[in-house]
Design a protein around this ligand. Structure first.
Ligand code: IMP
Length: 434
C-alpha cells in the first residue's frame, strides 16, 4: 500500500483508531506525529476493547514497527502504564516501539500549570483534557522544554530541570499557589526512565526515511483532528499541536513527497468535547439519543461529547486543507433509527449565508446552520460489509455527504469491529488497500 496519512476531519473521536487498525494489515510501519495522551484511540479486536493513548494502533499487530514521532509530547509515567497494560493483555511491546529523541516531555508541573490556567480562565475555559499537553508545547515553543534525548544525558538533566523549576515557581507565585512538584524526586524518576527507555529512543526521522527508501509502507496516524489544529482549528478552542496533514512532515521529519495519499475520517454526524462553537449541535432528547447510541463519552476522560448533525462546511474545509483523496465515514449505524437526518450545508450569520469556515471564532459562534433534510433509513446497517447491502436511503445519505464535501467517500464503517467495514469498489482507498 502507498504511504497514507490518516487525518481527523472534524473535532476528533471520528474513529481513526479503527481505520488505522484496519489499514495496518497492509503496511510495515505506523507512525504517530502529534499530540500526546489527550488522544484515546479505541480499537476492538475479536471483541476485546483496547484504548491506546500514546502508542500507535499498529502495536496490536505483530511485526509492525511503531514510531512515536518528534511532534508528540510524552508523559513517561503514562507511557509505562500503557506499555504494562498492553503487555498484561498479551501484546508484545519490545523493539517494535521506537521513540523520537526529539520528542518533548510532559512533566508533572505541566499538569499543575494547566489546572491553574484553566481555573484562571473562569467562564472562558477551553475545556482541555488537563493532561499537561498545552503547557508542554508552550515549553517547547519557549525553548525550555525537556526532550527525550536529555534523559540519555543525566548530567544535563540537573541544569535543564533547574531552569524549568525557576519558571514553574515564578508562575506559581503569579497565580498565588504553592508549588507541588518535588524536583529531586522528579530528577531521580527521569534518570530511571532514561535507563529503561534508552534502547528504544533514537533518531526516528532517519529510521522512517530509511524504511521509506527501502520500499516499506508507512501509515501516518493522526491524533485529534482538523478543527482542533493549533493553526487551522477553531482557535482558541483547539489543542496545541498540528493535527492536520502538515503535522506529518514536521512531526516525523519526513519530506512531503513521502506522503502518497491522505485519508480523512469523519463521523456520519459531528461531535466535540470541551468548549467552543458547534453550529450543528442538536440539543434535547435527539442529541441524548445519539450520544447514547454512539457511546459518545470520552474514551480517556469519560466526558459526554456534544453531538451535532454532519457539518458539511467543516468537513469540506478539512478536505481542502488536507487534500483528502478519500474519506471514511464512520458510525453510520448510529443514525439507523432516525426518521430523518440533516446535513449542514452552510451557515447563516449577520443576515448572510456563509459557505466557508470563518477564521473569526466569535463569528463562527454566531453561525446558525443551514440544513438539508433527508429521509432516514430506519433499518439496521450494523455490520453491513457490502455497499449495495446498505438501505437505499443510507446510500443516498452517504452520496450526498460526498457531494457536499466534494470528495469521494471510499469507506463506510458500520460497527466497531475491523470487519464491519464497507470499501467502495471504485474508490481510491479501495484500490490502495487491495
Ligand atoms: P488539550 O489537547 O488537552 O489541550 O485540549 C484542547 C481541546 O482539544 C479540548 O477541547 C479537548 O477536549 C480537545 N481534545 C484534545 N484531544 C482530543 C481528542 O483526542 N479527541 C477529542 N477532543 C480532544
Amino acid at each position: 500500500m502507498p504511504n497514507i496519512a490518516v487525518v481527523g476531519a472534524q473535532w476528533g473521536d471520528e474513529g481513526k483508531g479503527k481505520v488505522v487498525d484496519l489499514l495496518t494489515e497492509k503496511v510495515q510501519v505506523v507512525a504517530r506525529y502529534n499530540g500526546g495522551h489527550n488522544a484515546g484511540h479505541t480499537v476492538i479486536v475479536d471483541g476485546e476493547r483496547f484504548v491506546l493513548r500514546l502508542i500507535p494502533c499498529g502495536i496490536l499487530h505483530t511485526g509492525i514497527l511503531c514510531v512515536i514521532g518528534n511532534g508528540m509530547v510524552i508523559d513517561l509515567w503514562e507511557l509505562e502504564r500503557e506499555v504494562e497494560e498492553l503487555r498484561s493483555r498479551g501484546v508484545a511491546v519490545e523493539e517494535n516501539l521506537v521513540l523520537s529523541e526529539r520528542a518533548h516531555l510532559i512533566l508533572p508541573y505541566h499538569g499543575h500549570l494547566e489546572r491553574m490556567a484553566e481555573d484562571a480562565r473562569g467562564q472562558q475555559k477551553i475545556g482541555t483534557t488537563l493532561r499537561g499537553i498545552g503547557p508542554a508545547y508552550e515549553d517547547k515553543a519557549a525553548r525550555r522544554g525537556l526532550r527525550l534525548v536529555d534523559l540519555l544525558r543525566p548530567e544535563r538533566l540537573v541544569a535543564r530541570l533547574a531552569e524549568a523549576r525557576g519558571h514553574y515557581e515564578r508562575l506559581c507565585r503569579g497565580y498565588g499557589v504553592k508549588p507541588e512538584v518535588d524536583f529531586q524526586a522528579l530528577r531521580d524518576d527521569l534518570v530511571g526512565f532514561g535507563a529503561r527507555l534508552g534502547p528504544r529512543v533514537g533518531d526516528t526521522a532517519q529510521v522512517l526515511q530509511r524504511h521509506i527508501a527501502n520500499g516499506y509502507s508507512v501509515l501516518f496516524e493522526g491524533a485529534q483532528a482538523t478543527m482542533l489544529d493549533l493553526d487551522h482549528g477553531s482557535f482558541p478552542f483547539v489543542t496545541s499541536s498540528s493535527a492536520t496533514v502538515g503535522g506529518v512532515v514536521t512531526g516525523l521529519g519526513i519530506p512531503p513527497s513521502a506522503i502518497d495519499g491522505v485519508l480523512g475520517i469523519a463521523k456520519a454526524y459531528t461531535t466535540r468535547v470541551g468548549a467552543g462553537p458547534l453550529p450543528s449541535e442538536i440539543g434535547g432528547a435527539l442529541e441524548d439519543g445519539i450520544r447514547e447510541r454512539g457511546g459518545e463519552y470520552g474514551a480517556n476522560t469519560g466526558r459526554p461529547r456534544r453531538c451535532g448533525w454532519f457539518d458539511g462546511v467543516v468537513t469540506r474545509y478539512a478536505a481542502r486543507l488536507n487534500g483528502f483523496d478519500s474519506i471514511a465515514i464512520t458510525k453510520l449505524d448510529v443514525l439507523d433509527q432516525l426518521d430523518e437526518v440533516k446535513i449542514c450545508t452552510g451557515y447563516r450569520a449577520d443576515g448572510q449565508v456563509i459557505e466557508e469556515m470563518p477564521s473569526d471564532t466569535e463569528l463562527f459562534g454566531r453561525c446558525e446552520p443551514v440544513y438539508e433534510t433527508m429521509p432516514g433509513w430506519k433499518a439496521p446497517t450494523v455490520g453491513i460489509r457490502d455497499y449495495k447491502a446498505l438501505p437505499e436511503a443510507a446510500r443516498r445519505y452517504v452520496e450526498r455527504l460526498s457531494e457536499v464535501v466534494g470528495c469521494e467517500i471510499g469507506i463506510v464503517s458500520t460497527g466497531p469491529d475491523r470487519l464491519d467495514t464497507v470499501f467502495r469498489g471504485s474508490s481510491r482507498i479501495a484500490a490502495w488497500f487491495a
